[in-house]
Design a protein around this ligand. Sequence first.
Ligand code: NAG
Ligand code: NAG
Ligand code: NAG
Ligand code: NAG
Length: 487
Amino acid sequence: MILPHASIIFILSLMKLSGCDVTTSCQMRLLLGLPPCGPIKTPINTTYQFCNIPHPYLDDVKETMTCELLKKYNPTCNSNFSIAYSNAPPYIYKDANGNAHGMLINVLREILITRCCLSCNDLHILPEKEYTNKLINQFNKSTRDDIVAPIYSNSIATYRLPYTGLLKLTKISIIGEKSELSSENLMAHLIESVIFTWPLLLVALTLAICAGSVIWLLDTWVNKGQFPRRFPNGPFEGFWWAFVSMTTVGYGDRTPSSPAARIFAVLWILIGITIFNMYTAGLTSALSDQMMKKVTYDMHGKQIGVLTNVPNINQTIRTHYASPKGFDTLSKMKDALLNDNINGLAMESPMAKWFLSHYKEELNEKYDVLLTLEEEADSSIGISTFEERITKMVETFTSRTHAYQVTGLDDHLTIDSEDNYEETTPAFTPTHISFILTVVLALVISILVIILGHFINQYHQEKRKTLKAKECNLEMNGNNADDSISH
Ligand SMILES: *[C@@H]1O[C@H](CO)[C@@H](O)[C@H](O)[C@H]1NC(C)=O
Ligand SMILES: *[C@@H]1O[C@H](CO)[C@@H](O)[C@H](O)[C@H]1NC(C)=O
Ligand SMILES: *[C@@H]1O[C@H](CO)[C@@H](O)[C@H](O)[C@H]1NC(C)=O
Ligand SMILES: *[C@@H]1O[C@H](CO)[C@@H](O)[C@H](O)[C@H]1NC(C)=O
């Protein structure tokens, strides 16, 4: 395990040096065992600024911040924050034990409690309220609750209430029956994926040719049987050996025997395995990408279930010539889908993920996300609060660390970061200068090595000929001498 990893790092650094960014593809990084990509979480310097709340004695207290001191600077942390919510998985929802969970709660806890109030207080989550307009309509400046959640941006509520966005919503997932995707499409995408990765395959093959000719040059002098001296037989055997080693098949029908050749073989096996792994990784990633992206699900004329209170989705569905049908709850939507009353469901992608995992058993693997659409309008989900300090605290965080794309704050779900949908950049794109350089260099080296080998071979043969000729001459001279003696 250690050797391939070491060689991967070696190769990657080589490629970095040559200006080729192989680390851009997320799937590739995962397959290579590198740290996953995604937005980097920068910790907020809490001792620097308590989330936008002024605190004059800051410099004196840097190390010894206690809750008493904190509460002096930031009276907002004096009491627990109460949150009134209505059920909206996966943002805020009740679990089987009756405790409230969800992405919004996690983000709020992280920002307000852990980072801004240094865990000196807590969130006080009020019992779930019946959805939803009632909750929002009753919320005003004199209400005791500090925060109301969830609120969609672009919803009617935001005309009346202050709105603070927390999670960006960029994708709408269409859930439907998997069988509506044709296998013909899948086959086409498979072929497309293989074609898509041709640059890496070409690099692998040219490097194998290069390594093969070097092995031939190094070994043919002691191992004429396996690597014949003549071109093209000898270099071809070398290529065969290099390719078989690279793929880790290793038939062992050709084995280098001179020490120099064996040292080179060790080097090549390490490099070759890495390159071939990159090829398969590239293929895998291209394959999954193609599958996810290109499969088309035709929504034309279909009836798609939506949650009535979620804005924006209707518009997006209609632009795809489907008609929305409103439901109050996710469970009603699920029943309608299972009973074939509707063709599919549309919801934001975090909700779709939750939906598929929550109703996994009932959906019985027959349903999945068939299509992902961009939201037409820029939208997000967040909270409403009349407490200005809470808004300030949240906004410090969202503007500094782009909390709009907070990831990994939830144990069960992560919010889709842009990276998940990033175009895969193949390690070598055909126009990439290092790609052309690698291929050309490998071919030039191979040709030079083969020519060198050819000339050395010829030189040897000439030498042997002259040697033979000399021997003949000697013999003849000897014979002559004999003759002369006999004469
Ligand atoms: C936090 O801010 C203070 C004040 O500017 C600074 O001295 C300190 O180095 C910062 N700490 C970190 C971890 O950035
Ligand atoms: C805040 O909540 C915690 C537990 O969640 C509780 O122990 C504490 O007394 C509460 N503080 C106030 C001021 O209500
Ligand atoms: C605030 O809401 C309460 C009910 O939740 C209502 O009785 C009160 O009149 C409202 N106040 C204002 C200023 O709208
Ligand atoms: C979307 O359309 C459905 C069906 O016409 C409707 O019930 C629902 O209220 C609409 N949603 C919004 C936010 O307008």
